[in-house]
Design a protein. Structure first.
Ligand code: ADP
Ligand code: MG
Length: 354
């Protein structure tokens, strides 16, 4: 199995299996997945396992200006356009007998898509300004983080090209879906840094746990950045969960379940405060404490939090009152009809008879 792809949790093993399977064939592969999740890594793994003699040639369609992309892909003959002083081989030709990896294929300009489709269908190309058909033997891998189906609907991507490249789609899991791989990935990243001469720190179990609790919108690339930062800030030290959270991660929480978890851990840490007004009992978190949340968080979805709190308090009150709406409304100091309205809003079923 491919050693290039690190990790051994279920979804990663499945990914490796798909890579092994498809590598043996010449089928076109479409890699889909969030940015930083390992599309380049998987393309390399497929190429290496395929044992094709030629090279793996990587073209990032989003990074090359659209006027230059055609000549970059297909090459040009001398004098094909102003500045074409000599003939030049394109990336298609360079990948002959190997693999051509078209990264960010979703950004391929419409004008070039027809020419690309023809090249994929016939396995022949013509250089810009040339007549000669050049036969090629290559394996094509495409990748995108975009919603191509949406691009097709909007008229920015040709459906026929999509069907040509979508022969063997592989969905690469996000890091959030493979958190069990984090210890292995961290060791791998640290080993690389050590190999390159860095003095590496040790990350204790609380540190690894903190890394596993984070959401990783930037996937493995972001994890790599955080570990590199750790090596700079804490060379030769022991890093714990607190260091990870406070010095290395600015916690951001796009994920609802994690957000809720964070809400409860934070509120449970808040010490009860005696306050003058009687509207809060001693055991409730004082509203002042919410101000502190911006020490930890960049953003808070106020409406959602307030609904979450309201929902949980209503459920709690109903449970305490054994489902009696009248009793629960007294616990919450609201009118019975208001409570019924709110229960409807949150789809909380009415279990009692009152
Ligand atoms: N499964 C993996 N094993 C080892 N390294 C990985 C893995 N997935 C991603 N990486 C590393 O994370 C970084 C981002 O991966 P990359 O393949 O460039 O992501 P993408 O192309 O999807 O944006 C790279 O440095 C890569 O080496
Ligand atoms: Mg990439």
């Amino acid at each position: 199995m491919s050693e290039i792809i690190k990790g051994k949790c279920e979804v990663t093993l499945q990914l490796k299996k798909l890579v092994e399977m498809v590598a043996k064939s010449n089928s076109t592969v479409l890699l889909r997945g969030e940015t930083g999740c390992g599309k380049d890594v998987v393309a390399r793994a497929i190429h290496e396992s395929s044992k094709r003699n030629g090279e793996l040639i990587n073209v990032n369609c989003a990074a090359i200006p659209s006027e230059l992309l055609e000549s970059e892909l297909f090459g040009h003959e001398k004098g094909a356009f102003t500045g074409a002083d000599s003939k030049r081989e394109g990336r298609f030709e360079a990948s002959n007998n190997g693999t051509l990896f078209l990264d960010e294929i979703g950004d391929m300009p419409m004008a070039l898509q027809a020419k690309l489709l023809r090249a994929i269908e016939t396995r022949k190309i013509q250089r810009v300004g040339g007549r000669k058909e050049i036969d090629l033997n290559l394996r094509l891998i495409c990748a995108t983080h975009q919603d191509i189906e949406k691009k097709i609907d909007e008229g920015h991507f040709r459906a026929d090209l999509f069907f040509r490249i979508n022969v063997f789609p592989i969905e690469i899991p996000s890091l959030a879906e493979r958190k069990d791989d984090i210890p292995i990935l961290v060791n791998h990243i640290l080993d690389d840094l050590k190999y390159n001469g860095s003095i590496i720190p040790q990350i204790d179990n609380t540190g690894i746990k903190a890394l596993q609790e984070y959401v990783w919108p930037g996937n493995v690339r972001e994890l790599k950045n955080v570990i590199e930062r750790a090596v700079i800030i804490f060379p030769d030290k022991k890093i714990n969960g607190k260091n990870i959270k406070e010095n290395l991660l600015k916690i951001n929480l796009p994920d609802i379940s994690q957000e809720k978890e964070e809400l409860w851990t934070m509120t449970s840490d808040l010490s009860p405060i005696q306050i003058e007004a009687s509207s809060h009992s001693d055991s409730m978190p004082h509203p002042n404490h919410y101000k502190k949340w911006f020490d930890f968080l960049d953003k808070i979805d106020l409406r959602r939090h307030l609904s979450d709190v309201e929902f949980n308090l209503i459920e709690g009150a109903l449970k305490k009152s054994n489902g009696s709406v009248t009793e629960a409304s007294k616990c919450l100091k609201i009118n019975r009809t208001t409570l019924i309205e709110k229960m409807k809003k949150y789809s909380i079923p009415k279990l009692g008879n009152d």
